[in-house]
Design a protein around this ligand. Structure first.
Ligand SMILES: [Zn+2]
Length: 342
């Protein structure tokens, strides 16, 4: 089968013929229809410091996908041939304290699909049935392909109750945009999104945020004044991993404000902890999705009318992967989809 492979420990990706994956008794084999390109894949493509430390070659990339089940292991129940599925990209150990308590997203021994084992940028992918999410109601294929990052957005946005609250989102990449859509849909009063890309801020406006603020020319305090906020933001969703974004967020929160952080900083950086203490701010780290409470929330949010269409801005055949990766790495658009049936 064709697969996008990190074939050598150097920048680049290779579309190669590799053996089809085999399945064990608890696994399912999935014919991949469409995949989404994630920041993780960009790191592996460019072979930066993180990728050099985390990846062993050869590796089939990819963890955001939708496909159709074509085979099931003998012990599999609840998933059958022909089911349209997406996959939870974190494979958990099942035996640590958190796994045994049903808190699988807190597993200490998580292995990432397309990171620690061969992934979904291929014509077929094998996955434990326990990692498969069956789409019980019809979902647009492009949206189904990005359930994994959509789950990051939902997990982050719904970390704290936000009905009637003023929400600040730093970073208008695909997950920030999806989080903005979720916050809007879930009943926030104001949703303010910041970025330095006018193209991405325009996508945020399409989603219907209260204010899309270009922080290369304005401050978050300016945004507060424009909306008439007097006491700061109640909820912060940090999606950029940028030191200045978190610092600005902390400086613009109300007393007792709550911050969920999904953006992954590249290195350590100082923040004003005195402000966190005296403003009694809660900071919560988010990694992945709650299995499978977040997945349930995603499906029903879409059924309830949540629209992610503005977030998807690039569509390519899998053979055009170089153009697709360049699009995703540009930092200007939304989500980029690879079609494996084209
Ligand atoms: Zn575990």
């Amino acid at each position: 089968m064709k697969a996008l492979v990190k074939h050598k420990a150097e920048p680049g990706l290779w579309l190669r013929d590799v053996p089809e994956p085999t399945i064990g008794p608890g696994d399912v084999l999935i014919k991949v229809l469409r995949t989404g390109i994630c920041g993780t894949d960009l790191h592996i493509h460019s072979w930066d410091g993180w990728a050099r430390g985390a990846i062993t070659t050869p590796l089939v990339l990819g963890h955001e996908f939708v496909g159709e089940v074509v085979d099931t292991g003998r012990d599999v129940t609840g998933v059958k041939r022909g089911d349209r599925v997406s996959g939870e990209g974190h494979l958990v150990c099942g035996t640590c304290r958190n796994c045994l308590a049903g808190r699988r997203h807190l597993c200490r021994a998580t292995v990432g699909l397309g990171v620690g084992r061969d992934g979904a940028f291929a014509e077929y992918v094998a996955l434990p049935a326990s990692n498969v999410w069956v789409h019980r109601v019809p979902v647009d294929l492009d949206v189904a392909a990005i359930f994994d990052p959509f789950g990051n957005a939902v997990h982050t946005a719904l970390s704290f109750p936000l009905v009637g609250e003023d929400v600040l989102i730093t970073g208008a990449g695909p997950i920030g945009l999806m989080a903005a859509a979720v916050a809007r849909h879930a009943g926030a009063r104001h949703v303010v999104v910041t970025d330095v890309s006018e193209e991405r801020l325009e996508l945020a406006r399409k989603i219907g945020v209260s204010l899309a603020l270009n922080v290369s020319g304005a401050t978050i305090a300016d945004g507060q004044r424009e909306l008439g906020l007097r006491e700061g933001f109640d909820i912060g969703l940090e999606m950029s991993g940028r030191p200045e974004a978190l610092r600005d967020m902390i400086a613009n929160m109300t007393h007792g404000g709550r911050i969920a952080m999904l953006g992954l900083p590249a290195e350590e950086f100082p923040v004003d902890f005195a402000r966190i203490v005296t403003s009694m701010i809660t900071l919560k780290g988010i990694y992945g999705r709650e299995m499978f409470e977040t997945w349930y929330a995603m499906s029903v949010l879409l059924e309830g009318g949540l629209d992610l269409a503005p977030v998807i801005t690039g569509r390519y055949g899998h053979e055009e992967f170089e153009a697709a990766f360049a699009d995703a790495a540009s930092g200007r658009g939304g989500k980029v989809i690879l079609d494996w049936t084209a």
